[in-house]
Design a protein around this ligand. Sequence first.
Ligand code: SF4
Length: 130
Amino acid sequence: MIDRPALDRIIESGGYIGVNTGQAHEANSTLINHDLAEKAFDAAACIGCGACVATCKNASAMLFTSAKVNHLSMLPQGEPEAAQRVKNMIMQMDAEGFGSCTFTGACEVVCPQSISVFNITEMNGRWLWG
Ligand code: SF4
């Protein structure tokens, strides 16, 4: 069983982008490579169910957190806050008491949305190199 509010607090710590309110931008004013958009959408498919945490022998939330970090940070709209986002979300994940990832891959196997463990490696790169 998963403590879902803990996952919500990870989102609250950085799973958003800051935008000015007002009229919506013209959709085509920010060009995004198709492959990149697909990759971001794949990560955005995470529904926050917590199955990855439940199956992990370390009770790690790395698959969930990395999906939430990456789907925003790999797009131009999320790039300005990317460095701070990854720090805030990982620190919140640690504060919630989730375990460390030892990359067993069990999370990817049970994920109903087929979120890839490569999200974890990508997030670790963001954490290390900003
Ligand atoms: S199992 Fe998949 S969909 Fe569910 S929280 Fe984890 S990464 Fe997200």
